[in-house]
Design a protein around this ligand. Structure first.
Ligand SMILES: *[C@@H]1O[C@H](CO)[C@@H](O)[C@H](O)[C@H]1NC(C)=O
Ligand SMILES: *[C@@H]1O[C@H](CO)[C@@H](O)[C@H](O)[C@H]1NC(C)=O
Ligand SMILES: *[C@@H]1O[C@H](CO)[C@@H](O)[C@H](O)[C@H]1NC(C)=O
Ligand SMILES: *[C@@H]1O[C@H](CO)[C@@H](O)[C@H](O)[C@H]1NC(C)=O
Ligand SMILES: *[C@@H]1O[C@H](CO)[C@@H](O)[C@H](O)[C@H]1NC(C)=O
Ligand SMILES: *[C@@H]1O[C@H](CO)[C@@H](O)[C@H](O)[C@H]1NC(C)=O
Length: 937
């Protein structure tokens, strides 16, 4: 066939196709219900043009026009056609969103082609959660049949709404939410949308507070979502006139004041969300003002406001209410004895309030399945909750409950799946050892309750537990051997801070879903057990585990946090390091010996390395220079030797803490250390370091920042979806949220950190470089027990943050600089055993030190020493000392304690901080420059 013939044939085919499509209305209308709808050629071409303008990294549109797929565009992914005319009527191109969004799937990016206008019958268009450049084109207004339009989260270039969207007279549903750059300053056009029932404009950049009132004209709306928009002023009562409204979401705004009374009774409101606003007023009054919707309301969320008062009987009118969320308010009064009847109520959340007294009698809430009373000040417990026989979730954690929970309380709770009584330090849980619980729990937390001393044998009957937290619950003695076989589904296991003893068997096949195991601070002994390799957090610290740690050679896929410190582990560190995802590794306070293997340098994700208090010898392996993410290295109290490696400064630029204390390091301090602009703690004390203190020390930028004593911990958390996929995320927020199987855990990650230099007990010579006085952020400086000579730098008075200064046992000469008296935070001062002379400067702060700060200096005189000064040694200028400084917290920290211990407290806080929920202890220290933001937040 020649090229021309081919061309002619194609033309013919094309003609036939066009003819067919012209006739298809007739053809198909005579064949009602034909399942083999064929799309129209023009519309198919339009779709292909539309596709060409988009970048589709993950091939979401791969069925569109490609070989091996149907050429009928009606069968392409996301396309739906009218089953009679073959017209494309729906385009569902929704991108990845929400908690189920897999990070692996990319959104479509690019422009929307004008070819879309060809789809004249389009009724349904969803392009949400893609990244559309150029914003929303004006020609959308010509899609006149459109009924559903979802433009939620379509990218940063969607900044204004094309006003002629008002031409879409058939539009029923419009979603413009989550467009963080969209400004809505005009809504007049929306009044033309006479069919509009569902409108969502949540979380846009700016929904003009003066124009949203136009929406009150839309009296036919059934759904209205204006959440996350900083709307202010009082709650407009015009909402009550929108009689068709079924869903009203005004959460995360700034609506304040009281709550207007709604009038009439014909309301259809089912869902009403006003959480996270500034509402105040008293709950009984609010419920009274809501009475016009009492017949219809099913879901009411007033969380995170400033509502006071208490849940009283007047809620009883809300016969349809299924979910009532009042958490994070100021509900403060005692509960009334009995909470009225809400026959349909399934979920009641009163957590994070100030409710005192006893857990009220809720027994009239006969449908209740979830009850959240966490974080209140409840003290007593009535038996009445035991009558809530449909209860599935009961959260009473973080109260002050006293007394005893017995089997009688729990007798009827046969549906219970989640039970959290944690952090009620005076609550006893007393059941007989042969008790058989009526329920099968999925989650059980009795942390910081009085559960022990006996091991809870009733666990023997619990087969479904996925989360168990019995930390600090007073359990003593051996763990029964059946226990380890009893939790085949457990993901979170926390038995820390008890006195539980015994050996642990190989867990790798017994707990195959394990994500977090925290057995810290107990009396477990024997070898470290094999642990399933899918685990994320292992904390076995402060036990009596012995033997080697060859299990490290198992192929852990997600292990981020491994703490084996404070045990009796021994042997050489293994050569194989397969901890591909490790962030925090703590092997400190054990009996490891031999060299630190070179292979440790393969742990490239490592942020914290703790090997302190072992018997390790040899040099620091050169390969550690590859661990570029190291932030903390602590190898103190070993037998390490060699020079302080220059690569620390050259290669690991972001390091924050270096502790090489109490080893046998020698040579001089490499000047490369001065490159560590984030360094906050440098401890080289008690080694054999010689030479001088490098003058470049003033380059340690973090120590030159006076104000910044705050650090933000970059928190690591992981998400596990219901399919069991784990995603590890890093968060820079102060507060990170962990979602795990729909539950959320929140914790704060800000921590103050100390800055210090300790070079004591070495062989340093020469003068103290005056450059050191530029480190005005330093809290501690210890240069004692060296051979330093010369004067104390005159400008030491500018190191205002200093609260620990120890220069004792050197050969310093000259006078004590007057500026020292300006160090108003100074809590510890030791200048003894030098050759200092002259008058001890006057100053209130200096008067708090006794003569031990100065003895061993033959030439010193004046208070507090008994040697009086001769007349020519005149007193200091008093104006220098007359500053109205207030006493800060650091001052108290340093009072009476040596700085070293203050530092240890702080570092212990960082490194051993026990998050309530284990896996969150997945940390990396990250220094943050915007300290003022942190302080003010
Ligand atoms: C065709 O579509 C109409 C309306 O969308 C629907 O009611 C009907 O069931 C469909 N017929 C077939 C065979 O799918
Ligand atoms: C729009 O799409 C998003 C997801 O992409 C969805 O969450 C939202 O509910 C949709 N809006 C409507 C009104 O259906
Ligand atoms: C929208 O409607 C106006 C008249 O109401 C008309 O002038 C304009 O052309 C229409 N726009 C589009 C894109 O259809
Ligand atoms: C809100 O709209 C009004 C009038 O429509 C306008 O004057 C005002 O500038 C707008 N405010 C903002 C913040 O855009
Ligand atoms: C719409 O509402 C605004 C403000 O509430 C009002 O001024 C205007 O008259 C109303 N317009 C129509 C057409 O109802
Ligand atoms: C358990 O239910 C039975 C029958 O409804 C009731 O008599 C009993 O008082 C309930 N027990 C508790 C502790 O509420």
């Amino acid at each position: 066939m020649s090229v021309v013939e081919k061309f002619i044939q194609q033309l013919v085919v094309f003609d036939i196709f066009v003819m067919l499509s012209v006739n298809c209305v007739v053809v198909f209308s005579s064949r009602v219900g034909d399942e083999n709808v064929k799309c129209l050629h023009t519309e198919k071409e339009a779709l292909l043009t539309f596709k060409r303008e988009l970048l589709d990294v993950d091939g979401r549109l791969s069925s569109w026009g490609n070989e091996g797929f149907s050429q009928d565009c009606c069968s392409w992914r996301g396309v739906s056609c009218d089953n009679q005319t073959g017209n494309v009527i729906g385009l569902d191109l929704r991108g990845p969103s929400g908690p189920n969004a897999s990070v692996a799937i990319a959104p479509l990016t690019g422009k929307i082609s004008p070819a879309l206008q060809e789809l004249k019958q389009l009724k349904y268009l969803d392009i949400s959660y893609n990244r559309i450049s150029g914003g929303i084109p004006d020609f959308f207004a010509s899609l006149s049949k459109l009924e559903y339009l979802n433009l939620s989260c379509v990218g940063d270039e969607f900044t204004t709404i094309p006003i002629n969207l008002g031409n879409l007279s058939s539009l029923n549903t419009l979603d413009l939410s989550y467009n963080g750059f969209l400004s809505v300053n005009n809504l007049e056009w929306i009044l033309h949308l006479r069919q509009l029932r569902y409108l969502a404009i949540g979380y846009v950049n700016n929904l003009n507070n003066s124009v949203y009132t136009w929406l009150f004209n839309l009296s036919n709306l059934t759904h209205l979502d204006l959440s996350g928009n900083a709307l202010y002023g009082s709650f407009p009562d015009a909402f009550w006139n929108m009689k068709s409204l079924q869903h009203l979401d005004l959460s995360r705004n700034a609506l304040g004041g009281g709550f207007p009374r709604c009038l009439g009774s014909s309301s259809n409101l089912k869902l009403f969300r006003l959480s996270a606003n500034n509402l105040d007023g008293q709950l009984p009054e609010i419920m009274r003002n809501l009475s016009c919707v009492s017949g219809s309301l099913e879901y009411l969320n007033l969380e995170e406001n400033h509502i006071g008062g208490s849940l009283t009987d007047n809620v009883a009118n809300f016969a349809s209410l299924r979910e009532l969320r009042l958490g994070r308010n100021k509900l403060n009064e005692y509960f009334p004895g009995v909470v009225g009847k809400l026959p349909s109520l399934v979920i009641l959340d009163l957590s994070w309030n100030r409710i005192e007294g006893s857990v009220p009698d809720l027994s009239l809430l006969s449908s209740l399945r979830e009850l959240y009373l966490s974080h209140n000040q409840l003290t007593g417990l009535t038996e009445s909750f035991g009558r809530l026989s449909k209860l599935e979730k009961l959260y009473l954690d973080f109260n002050q409950l006293e007394g005893t929970i017995s089997a009688a309380h729990l007798f009827n709770l046969s549906q219970l799946r989640e039970l959290d009584l944690s952090y009620n330090a005076q609550l006893h849980i007393r059941v007989s050892s042969d008790w058989i619980p009526p329920f099968q729990l999925d989650l059980i937390r009795f942390a910081h309750c009085k559960l022990g001393p006996e091991f809870p044998n009733w666990l023997l009957n619990q087969k479904n537990i996925s989360e168990l937290d019995f930390s600090a619950s007073g359990i003593l003695g051996d763990v029964p051997s059946w226990f380890w076989d009893q939790l085949p589904r457990v993901s979170f296991l926390n038995l820390s801070y008890n006195d539980i003893a015994g050996n642990i068997p190989d867990l790798s096949n017994k707990m195959s879903d394990l994500l977090c195991i925290d057995l810290a601070t107990n009396k477990f002994s024997g070898p470290v057990p094999q642990i399933p390799t899918g685990v994320v957090t292992i904390d076995l610290s402060s036990n009596m585990f012995s033997g080697t740690i060859s299990f490290i050679c198992d192929n852990f896929d997600y292990l981020g946090y491994l703490d084996l410190s404070d045990n009796r582990l021994s042997g050489e560190l293994p050569q194989c390091w397969t901890l591909r995802t490790i962030v925090h590794l703590n092997l400190g306070n054990n009996n490891f010996f031999g060299k630190i293997p070179n292979s440790i340098g393969s742990l490239q994700t490592m942020g914290m390395l703790h090997l302190q208090n072992n018997h390790l010898s040899g040099e620091l392996p050169r390969s550690l220079a590859n661990c570029k993410k190291l932030r903390v290295i602590d190898v103190g109290s070993n037998n390490l030797s060699g020079k302080i490696p220059a690569w620390i400064g050259n290669n690991i630029s972001d390091i924050i803490i270096i502790i090489l204390r109490s080893n046998r390091f020698s040579g001089s301090i490499p000047s490369s250390i001065c490159q560590l602009t984030k360094l906050q703690i440098l401890d080289l004390s008690d080694n054999k370091i010689s030479g001088t203190i490098p003058k470049c020390i003033n380059n340690l930028a973090a120590m030159t920042e006076e104000e910044s004593i705050m650090q933000q911990i970059k928190s690591w958390y992981f998400q596990v979806n219901d399919e069991g996929d784990v995603t590890i995320n890093a968060s820079y927020d102060e507060t990170a949220v962990l979602t795990w199987k729909g539950r959320q855990f929140e914790y704060s990650s800000i921590l103050g950190m100390v800055k210090s230099i300790d070079l004591s007990s070495n062989n340093l010579v020469g003068e103290i470089p005056i450059e050191i006085t530029s480190l005005v952020g330093l809290h501690g400086l210890n240069l004692s027990r060296n051979n330093l000579t010369g004067n104390i730098p005159l400008r030491i008075g500018q190191m205002r943050a200093l609260n620990f200064l120890d220069l004792n046992r050197n050969d310093l000469t000259g006078e004590i600089p007057a500026g020292l008296s300006q160090l108003s935070h100074l809590g510890v001062l030791n200048l003894s055993y030098n050759n200092l002379s002259g008058r001890i400067p006057l100053g209130e702060q200096l008067l708090t030190f006794d003569n031990r700060s100065y003895i061993g200096n033959d030439g010193l005189c004046g208070r507090p020493l008994t040697e009086a000064c001769s007349l020519e040694e005149l007193p200091q200028d008093p104006s220098l000392i007359d500053e109205d400084e207030f006493i800060t917290e650091e001052f108290y920290i340093s009072m009476g304690i040596s700085f070293l211990s203050a530092f240890l407290v702080v570092s212990a806080l960082i490194l051993n901080k026990r998050w309530t929920y284990g896996p969150l202890r997945y940390l990396e220290v990250n220094n943050v420059t915007s300290h003022s933001a942190i302080l003010s937040s």
